[in-house]
Design a protein around this ligand. Sequence first.
Ligand code: ATP
Ligand code: MG
Length: 661
Amino acid sequence: MVFHTQRRREQVSEHQDWFPVPESATNHTYCSAADYDRLYAESITDPDAFWAKQADRIDWFTPPTKIANWCYDPVSIKWYEDGVLNLCHNAVDRHVAAGRGDAVAFIFEPDDPAKDARHVSYAQLQGEVIRMANALKQLGVAKGDRVTIYMPMCAEGAVAMLACARIGAVHSVVFGGFSPEAIAGRIEDCASRFVICADSAVRGGKSVPLKANIDAALEKVGGVDAVLVVQHTGEAVAMHEGRDHWFHDMQVSGECPCEPMNSEDPLFILYTSGSTGKPKGVLHTVGGYSVWTAATFHYVFDYRPGEVFFCSADIGWVTGHSYVVYGPLQNGGTSLIFEGIPSYPDSGRFWDIIDRHQVNIFYTAPTALRALMRDGDGPVKARSRQSLRLLGTVGEPINPEAWRWYHATVGEGKLPIVDTWWQTETGGVMITTLPGAHGMKPGSAGRPFFGIRPQLVDAEGAVLADEQVGGATSGNLCITHSWPGQARTVYGDHDRFVQTYFSTYKGKYFTGDGCRRDEDGYWWITGRVDDVINVSGHRMGTAEVESALVLHDKVAEAAVVGFPHDIKGQGIYCYVTLNMGEEPSDELHAELRQQVRIEIGPIASPDHIHFTTALPKTRSGKIMRRILRKIAENDFAALGDTSTLADPSVVDALIEGRQNR
Ligand code: ATP
Ligand code: MG
């Protein structure tokens, strides 16, 4: 039976599927399979030579002579340490200087589809960034100061980031959906004395009072000297004399050179989404992050000048930092910034945007795809999507079912998909297929990016070699060697950095994720290690059980957690949301149990199936299993920090549902 379970499990996660590199991608790539093998080998055998060459992608005021200098015990990470550069120069100025000032840097698509989109050229962007950089200087911002940015998804949000990078201020972008409480905590944590915000934002037709939220946050936390307010919607807002300044009213000069930054000077702080606890202020530095985002964007998306790249992530998340702003701009690309949400005014909005702006590369999250799948193929099929060349996902393991839909329906079965595994802490993509080099397996992120050495270890830290489990093995995912885009510390708390990432397995970076590697050298993220369930001694990733549940036609989304069980040690508790128009029933309950038994085996039989209309998600759309675990355990008092939750009322409904069981 154990053998049978194992075999079934492999089927559900892999579906025995293999999608070869599509022809379109073979003819359009910087990196063929042979190139990948050669470059990867070079990056491992002589990392310094490899990363010295990659550093040539960008301009340096003083080129680095030292490349890597790191140690994981004790922890100290430096890249290009004697190099001097400025990220804003590389993202903006050098393109203008090279005569590409008329190229489009950003396409801004407003929330309201009836409103005109705005195209911002590199030359215009340079002008705006200089204006904002000078405004910040006038307000007293100096190199090294932390600046909190609380902006809508609009060009000015990116301008604010670039203006900080230009003058050497350290930005901390706080997602525009966060509450005053959450903003105050983040301002306090990094002792930020300056804030940039907009009057308000609109998302899905609803107004978000950004300035009023900042006012409320500043009632809770002291120390902020100045707030720079960008007029975005024109909504009336209160201005505090002496503290608040309208950006458009400030008289500033049109000159502002890019501050020469040492490679290891801090670039930004970004608080992780908090699906596993109190948010951490992850700190990235200038040189390594610049090279890493420039190189990963180039290879992973095979970007060609003139193409339109659309990443749907908010600039409040690392994906927005690396692949809405810094990766595309350093490559002289055109990046689309979308203010709204995928379901407004209807669930065809993404595809409308793709047609309207002839988007070539589309990068989104599994959570968005699952939500859109709920409405069926109609809204997708009603749009052409002919401009698309490449699709991507990030943020969570993608269920094979959602992958297939993305591939068959959105991509018409013709486009490559990159399933990119990475983290706030990694700065950019770490594991992915490269579109022209690797075939795809639905649910697998694929192969390590250049220089990345993943390793699987068991709970005691013993390295799991391929041979140990008949050519395929699973365990906890570590990275054994540093890479340029690695976070350097947790702001103000280096001990927490060391504790969180380098103490579980001494001498290695521990990702916190569980993972499996198959016989073809493909890596399969199985979810967070904390989410692994142990049923009668059988360990299984929540992603596997969830994938089995969503295979059912009526199921939209599933979240699975363990709960204490007298006999089995842990039982399996499944939260399930249904597709539009479907209702829970005893029959469906039985079908779902049966489905999991068939797909994985009787060992994975759900003990509880809890139908719900919504799941608790972080603002970036990730399911918060930590909270679901507590609810399953009937431990309602210990839900922990819920400040990063998108809709806290979901929790009350779930508790009520649990109590009525
Ligand atoms: P916190 O660390 O505060 O709990 P978080 O981990 O959700 O928040 P991020 O850094 O945005 O914050 O997310 C990184 C995590 O997202 C990864 O560790 C992994 O669990 C998951 N993830 C991201 N991309 C993928 C992917 N392509 N496949 C599987 N999992 C992914
Ligand atoms: Mg994390």
